[in-house]
Design a protein around this ligand. Structure first.
Ligand code: NI
Length: 134
């Protein structure tokens, strides 16, 4: 099997808060990130496939693009992440975004093909999820 990683980009606003907690606790937990702000996110999606002997290709990149652009990028680009229906109830940390994107992409991709989702929030923060618990 060969893994292929494709990089996507979107810009979005967000604000870290757990609505179940009082304001003071959210401020203490999230600091500056409790205030509305934005990121230029990169989303790295890794899929695996066996190279086709005729085409030499392991992954249909057009299909991957359709899935990621249609079900994720179009939903979140230039929006406030807390207002995205598919992210309802998600505290929009990089960790939780990576898991949410995985959950959204699995049914949109060929069975068992998704290997990794990485949300690159800033030059210093990268969040990876490979499915399963944790
Ligand atoms: Ni942030």
């Amino acid at each position: 099997m060969v893994e292929v990683t494709r990089v996507y980009h979107f810009s979005a606003a967000h604000r870290l808060a757990n609505p179940a907690l009082p304001v003071e606790r959210n401020v203490a937990l999230y600091g500056d990130c409790h205030r509305p702000h934005g990121h230029n996110y990169y989303l790295e999606v890794t899929v695996a496939g066996r190279p086709d002997p005729v085409t030499g290709m392991a992954v249909d990149l057009a299909r991957l693009d359709d899935a990621v652009n249609g079900s994720v990028v179009a939903e979140v680009d230039h929006r406030a992440l807390e207002e995205v229906p598919a992210l309802r109830g998600v505290i929009t940390t990089g960790e939780s975004l990576a898991r949410a994107v995985w959950r959204i992409l699995v049914p949109a991709l060929p069975a068992e093909s998704l290997r990794r989702v990485a949300v690159v929030e800033t030059a210093k923060n990268r969040f990876e999820y490979e499915g399963g618990e944790g």
